[in-house]
Design a protein. Structure first.
Length: 260
């Protein structure tokens, strides 16, 4: 991969080119957030959800924390569903149990999963005006956004003017994902596999140039490769027919001018 392509990939997907030596990571000292002691990485459980790759607590603190639950004294709590008093253990990792039985737990889960009614009006957190709910965009959670549509358009326009390059790159990435189902990383891999050249005429292609076309099967939608605009147009004019392309090649060879 060329240096420019590596730099583009780092900027787009946030991946680096360096690698960490395994022995160095094992000897690395980490600080437990519970006992605040520095211990070797081997004293921590692995965690793929954290950037460090290790649990924030050491193994000793985790074991002590888990064994503390059954030893907690029983306390009297009140069920939030039926209001009945029941005995519960106050486990250190969570609050008092709020329900007394399985049926009450299912009822509490049902109530929490039921969406709250959306009001007819809402106050915009940007302009401070109270507007009808249809003046706000809807999130995936089916709740309205904090800012109204007018404020969102103004903020988006200002951001686009100040970040033209990022806006252009974001629009391009969104378009290739929408039209071809390609991520930026998959596009970079395809560009590198073709050595930055058109798959047909071997002409040099710009990495994000407007003359670089993503060729795909119009029947199945599967991406086939990267072509220059001329080769992509030619394939479309030939209706993606290989037999027509062969006959055209034979025709051109037959009428090739004879060199004197």
């Amino acid at each position: 991969m060329s240096a420019g392509l590596e730099a583009d990939q780092v900027l787009l997907d946030g991946s680096g080119t360096g690698s960490t030596d395994t022995t160095t990571r094992l000897d690395e000292q980490l600080k437990c957030s519970r006992c605040h002691q520095l211990k070797p990485r081997s004293e921590f459980h692995k965690s793929t959800k954290r950037k460090t790759g290790a649990s924030p607590w050491c193994k000793a603190c985790s074991k002590e924390h888990l064994n503390a639950g059954p030893n907690q004294p029983l306390v009297i709590a009140t069920c939030v569903i039926c209001g009945r008093a029941f005995e519960s253990r106050n486990h250190p990792s969570r609050n008092l149990s709020s329900t007394c039985s399985k049926d009450c737990r299912w009822e509490l889960r049902r109530r929490r999963s039921t969406p709250k009614p959306i009001p007819a009006e809402k106050k915009c957190t940007v302009c401070g005006e109270v507007k009808p709910i249809d003046q706000f965009y809807t999130l995936k959670s089916h709740r309205p956004t904090s800012g109204c549509k007018s404020c969102h358009v103004v903020n988006a326009t200002e951001w686009a003017k100040e970040n033209r390059d990022r806006k252009k790159m974001a629009s391009w990435a969104w378009r290739i994902n929408k039209d071809y189902g390609l991520s930026v990383k998959e596009y970079l891999v395809m560009y590198e596999r073709q050595a930055g050249k058109c798959a047909v005429c071997l002409r040099e292609l710009e990495l994000y140039g407007k003359f670089t076309s993503i060729d795909h099967n119009h029947t199945t939608g599967a991406v086939r490769g990267l072509l220059c605009r001329q080769c992509n147009s030619a394939a479309g004019l030939l209706s993606d027919s290989s037999s027509v392309a062969r006959r055209l090649a034979e025709y051109l060879d037959k009428h090739r001018p004879v060199e004197v």
